[in-house]
Ligand binder design. Structure first.
Ligand code: PAN
Ligand code: ZN
Length: 183
């Protein structure tokens, strides 16, 4: 059995997997390369803890995890996840935020984008065939839980090459959604 620290964004138990992404791991994720270069490469941007109680290729299984995105910016752009399509495109996912404020960016395969505001208690259904990225637009860590299909897989390459349709930047202190000029 696993124990969740629901509001702290932690999972305790045997076999919990963890990853963290620092500034140095996120080259070309943010638009302002000069600002990225000037930052401390060891700055933590986000971390993920998750449990895989079944094999990754097990059709019908579910995985469960939590992401904590630190507050911060690279240039004008807020800290955010890499974002991905699922490798099996039709696999959906649930996200629910428990702390902080942010935006869930969604984009379909024809690059049509939309977004949903994330606040404590907001529940987000991410349909299949939809890339998803989360942006922390607040002053505090943004913590959200997720449940996804065990055989979904992650396609990061498409977003790396083509980017998202929109970016979220700070404009006079407030988050503003702008069309992307480059991946
Ligand atoms: C989430 C994400 C997590 C980190 O668990 O994997 O928030 O974001 P990136 O994977 O885009 O770096 C999820 O969507 N799983 O499918
Ligand atoms: Zn996903």
């Amino acid at each position: 059995m696993m124990e969740l620290d629901w509001l702290g964004g932690k999972i305790a138990g045997e076999g919990v997997l963890r990853l963290s992404k620092k500034i140095r791991d996120l080259e070309d994720v943010f638009e302002d390369h000069a600002a990225w270069t000037s930052m401390d490469p060891e700055t933590l941007v986000y971390s993920v803890e998750w449990t895989q109680p079944t094999a990754q290729d097990n059709e019908g299984g579910l995985f469960w995890g939590v992401t904590v995105i630190e507050p911060g910016r690279v240039g004008e752009e807020f800290f955010m996840t890499r974002g991905h399509f699922h490798a099996k495109r039709d696999r959906g996912e649930y996200y629910t935020a428990v702390q902080g404020t942010g935006m869930l960016l969604l984009m379909d395969e024809s690059r049509s984008g939309r977004w949903e505001q994330m606040t404590p208690g907001s529940l987000h259904y991410i349909p299949g065939h939809t890339a998803h990225r989360v942006v922390n637009t607040g002053q505090d860590p943004l913590i959200f839980w997720a449940c996804w299909a065990s055989d979904a897989g992650h396609d990061y390459g498409t977003i790396q090459r083509e980017g998202f349709s929109h970016r979220v930047i700070a404009s006079e202190g407030s988050p503003r959604l702008v069309p992307s000029t480059q991946p």
